[in-house]
Design a protein around this ligand. Structure first.
Ligand code: PEP
Ligand code: MN
Length: 339
């Protein structure tokens, strides 16, 4: 499947900024033969600081409608309330995203899900600010249960108090677990909000593609340094085009060599699980002998010898670490069983 591409400014600031950005993106996509699936721009901006630019509001929808008509882009914008859903519907905007701040409140998300029920909206569900997989999954479920046909997830990173090179911590295991729980759901990466600075965007975008993400949402502005929000993470449409051109998109197609190696791996895994079951039977026998002979369950020297037998000098450090953890796990399971 073709990667899903979304680009556009963080916010609609005025008619001229929006039209110039859209026109430049149109020029770049035409020149490079790219299909932009959605043009993004927020008209309502939930900001931490009440004195920050909070968006132009409903009048921005008219300009977004104009972008749709003039350049043939499908536009998407952020909604926080059912009233905003209604305003978007009136303006002919049928792709909406739920932002990271709204996503922390299931009641608000449910209200939006109720408002889009039975209507032909595409919904992009950003991860909540907190690294809570269940909350993100629950939000997606709300839209699936409302019968929304096209639901997509967007990974934009998680707020944390650690000093990070990113604006938001990636916690890659969370979107990867989400992909496992919703294999059919397209999941996009938003490297702009993840990084917070333009210098890391292409590396993070490539990493996301290597992981198997289905697309990218990125912030583009005709004049990033003058942007009224997220100035440090926005790139120009021209830079966006270059960035996309230099990425390696992964092919999601069956591969005969991979299928063969997977079959071999499955065979080994089956043997492993049979061996582990056999090992447990032996552990039961050992437990019995120890009990009969009044011997302690934990015999540290014995365990030390086991580790020395398998952990050897010169092993790859990552493999050594894995083996140590694996042996510890086996030992713990064995003690647990004997107890
Ligand atoms: C945005 O996409 O501009 C935005 C506000 O996103 P998030 O909710 O991820 O911060
Ligand atoms: Mn933004």
């Amino acid at each position: 499947m073709k990667p899903i591409l979304i680009a556009g400014p963080c916010a609609v600031e005025n008619e001229s900024q929006l039209m110039t950005t859209a026109e430049q993106l149109h020029e770049v996509t035409t020149r490079q033969g790219l299909l932009l699936d959605f043009f993004r721009a927020g008209v309502w901006k939930p900001r931490s600081n009440p004195d920050s630019f909070t968006g132009v509001g409903e009048r921005g929808l008219t300009w977004l409608g104009e972008v749709q008509r003039r350049f043939g882009f499908r536009v998407c914008t952020e909604v926080m309330t059912p009233a905003q859903v209604e305003q978007c519907e009136k303006a002919g905007i049928t792709a909406l995203w739920v932002g990271a701040r709204t996503a922390v409140n299931p009641a608000s998300v449910q209200k939006i899900a109720d408002a889009v029920k039975g209507k032909p909206f595409t919904i992009l569900v950003k991860n909540p600010l907190v690294p809570d997989l269940k909350l993100w999954q629950g939000n997606i479920e709300r839209f699936l249960q409302a019968g929304v046909e096209q639901v997509m997830a967007v990974h934009r990173g998680f707020a944390d108090s650690n000093e990070n090179i990113y604006r938001n911590a990636p916690c890659w295991e969370i979107p990867i677990d989400l992909k496992v729980s919703f294999p059919e759901l397209p999941i996009l990466c938003d490297p702009s909000h993840l990084c917070g600075q333009t210098k890391w965007i292409s590396q993070i975008a490539q990493l996301a593609l290597n992981y198997g993400f289905n697309g990218l949402m990125m912030e583009c502005h005709c004049n990033p340094s003058e942007a009224l929000s997220d100035a440090e993470q926005q790139i120009t449409p021209e830079e966006w085009g270059n960035l996309i051109q230099n990425l390696t998109f992964k092919i999601n197609a069956p591969n005969a060599d991979l299928i063969k190696q997977r079959a071999l791996l499955e065979h080994v895994d089956t043997q492993l699980s049979e061996l582990l079951a056999k090992r447990m039977e032996i552990v039961d026998e050992i437990a019995h002998i120890k009990k009969e002979n009044n011997l302690p369950v934990v015999q540290p020297q014995q365990w030390q010898q086991v580790k020395e037998r398998y952990l050897k000098e010169g092993q790859d450090p990552a493999y050594r670490e894995f083996l140590t953890q694996f042996l510890e796990l086996l030992h713990q399971a064995s003690i647990q069983r004997q107890k």
